[in-house]
Design a protein around this ligand. Structure first.
Ligand SMILES: [Fe+2]
Ligand SMILES: [Fe+2]
Length: 255
């Protein structure tokens, strides 16, 4: 099976197990056609039936109750489920990039799948499973908004939304730890380590495209953030993680 076609097939699968089964068959030796234009049927993204609501209606509450912790873990699992779909979408949708681009996003998709697995497993030990609560659709909406241009996708998804995850990570970890959830806090450490890598991949390819198109990365990001209505980022920012993920000090100063 060819990598980008396989990614499209995996994106259409409804369950994470089915996506994981596809991803387990793919690696850096998998055949790749960087040139062909693929077309999605109406069935993307595949996902379980989960009630989608605006973010404000997620019902998050104190982590000092079991249900409050489960709601938070569920919200994180929902983000990771979407992140699997987002990485798969980059793979199939955008043709004519160098081979390494696709293998980079394959490794991202595989790590997102592992993040989901860890969170879902933890959720089950709390007596719940993915789909028991509602989720919001902000991540996939941004994927749709940026479907026509790989530069916009990289600016808005890894460099904005995933980078926002780096900022949120310390507070989420603290919240879980203060509620006595050491397993949950340890999962956040794993996710943060991997997410620095995902944002770094986003930064690398964003800059690579800016060189190709003779664009200034800082001015281009500002324009794209405005055109595609990037969410306004709020501090505190995780400066250490952002630097490790390859943001320039000048870019961090502009936040
Ligand atoms: Fe993730
Ligand atoms: Fe990620």
């Amino acid at each position: 099976m060819e990598l980008r076609s396989a990614a499209l097939a995996a994106l259409g699968q409804e369950t994470w197990q089915a996506k994981a089964a596809w991803l387990a068959q793919l690696n850096s030796q998998t055949e790749l056609n960087t040139q062909h234009a693929l077309f999605a049927s109406s069935g993307i993204p595949g996902r379980p039936a989960i009630t989608l609501v605006p973010p404000a209606q997620l019902g998050l509450r104190s982590v000092h109750t079991l249900k409050g912790r489960a709601l938070l873990i569920h919200a994180l699992a929902h983000i990771e489920f979407n992140a699997i779909n987002l990485a798969l979408d980059v793979l199939w949708r955008f043709a004519k990039m160098p081979s390494k681009f696709y293998y980079d996003w394959l490794s991202v998709a595989q790590e997102e799948c592992e993040h989901f697995r860890l969170l879902n497993q933890h959720l089950q030990t709390l007596g719940y499973q993915y789909g028991d609560f509602s989720g919001h659709d902000g991540l996939w909406e941004m994927a749709e908004r940026t479907q026509d241009d790989v530069l916009a996708r990289l600016a808005l998804v890894p460099r904005t939304l995933e980078a926002r995850g780096l900022d949120a990570s310390p507070a989420v970890k603290h919240k879980l730890a203060s509620g006595g959830d050491r397993v949950g806090a340890a999962i956040i450490d794993i996710i943060l380590r991997d997410e620095i890598g995902h944002v770094a991949i986003g930064n690398y390819w964003f800059r690579w495209l800016c060189v190709e198109r003779k664009l200034d990365p800082i001015a281009t990001y500002a324009e794209l953030a405005q055109t595609y209505r990037a969410p306004k980022l709020k501090g505190p920012f995780n400066i250490e993680a952002r630097l490790a993920a390859g943001f320039e000090p000048t870019e961090i100063a502009l936040l």
